[in-house]
Design a protein around this ligand. Structure first.
Ligand SMILES: [Zn+2]
Length: 301
């Protein structure tokens, strides 16, 4: 099912997995006012009953209508335990924007820019109607015969589903878009390291097809995983080139890496993605992280 989004990329895919006791709905779209009506129509067209709803990760376009779907169908909602903890931390926390403000300051964004970056970040809040107290699940467990596979990086606690060579990939693999991999407050310390390891695991699992959260089916998931590894290898090289002996903040580094001309939403992701690469380089010994006077900077080693 392809659901409309009031934000880029304009759509998100949810999936209905057929099972003995009914459909497992994977992901929900955003909780826009018309979400319940959209789902009612889509489910009527599909026929059958919804046995459960599964949320792959807590980003607005995947978790946003979980409560609406639960109300509509009565089906239990399942979500990974780490992912649900982060969902609560971000969407259930009225002080989250203050935390973001502190975090952008820590990484060198000037105050006027920080205000813009964070103001824009709360646009989605009204559309996020996640399910409180879902059934918590872990990677390695099974859900109606589908294995839950950890796919950290794009979101720390993201879980994919795998059965008979079919990977429901959510935003772990996308066909043309490169999934964002960013360092955020309270995220795991090395999200790019997590992501590269998760791509390696995808290559080992060798699914024959992947169903992504956006855009077309991925007919060669192993090849796509390798392309994404190569993309980040090149981006790490570019990040090394952007570093020098002078300390530079994540905010400053985001300009040579992502260009000067970005709207606040894009700059927010650019900074987070720059930081995930800088932190990977620190672990590889190619960069050093310094913190002084409440600001984090990186230098080449
Ligand atoms: Zn996502």
């Amino acid at each position: 099912m392809t659901l409309p989004l009031p934000m880029r990329p304009g759509h998100v895919h949810a999936y209905l997995l057929d099972g003995a006791d009914g459909w497992t709905v994977v992901d929900t779209g955003v909780g826009i006012p018309e979400a319940s009506e959209l789902w009612r129509e889509e489910l009527e067209r599909a026929g059958g009953r919804v046995a459960r709803v599964f949320v792959t990760h807590f980003h607005p376009d995947h978790v946003g209508a979980a409560a609406d779907l639960h109300e509509l169908t009565g089906a239990p909602v399942f979500q990974g335990s780490l992912d649900y903890a982060q969902c609560e931390l971000v969407w259930g926390n009225p002080t989250w924007s203050e935390r973001l403000v502190d975090w952008f300051r820590l990484h060198g964004a000037p105050d006027d820019v920080t205000t813009e970056l964070v103001a824009q970040a709360s646009v989605y809040r009204p559309f996020i109607r996640y399910q409180h107290d879902p059934v918590l699940v872990e990677a390695g467990e099974a859900l109606d015969g589908w294995e839950l596979v950890a796919a950290a990086g794009h979101a720390d606690g993201q879980l994919c589903l795998l059965k008979d060579g079919v990977l429901v990939a959510a935003d772990h693999l996308l066909g043309r878009i490169t999934p964002t991999v960013g360092l955020w407050p309270a995220s795991r310390p090395d999200p790019l390291g997590d992501y590269l390891a998760a791509l390696e695991r995808t290559i080992e699992l060798a699914p024959r097809i992947a169903l992504p959260g956006h855009e077309a089916l991925i007919e060669d998931p192993v090849r796509r995983a390798r392309e994404l590894q190569e993309h980040h290898r090149l981006r790490l090289e570019e990040t090394v080139a952007a570093l020098g002996p002078e300390p530079r903040t994540g905010y400053e580094l985001s300009f040579p890496l992502f260009g000067d001309d970005l709207k606040p939403a894009a700059r927010r992701f650019a900074i987070a993605e720059t930081l995930s690469h800088a932190e990977r380089l620190v672990r590889l010994g190619a960069a050093a992280r310094n913190e002084a006077d409440g600001v984090v900077t990186y230098t080449a080693t």
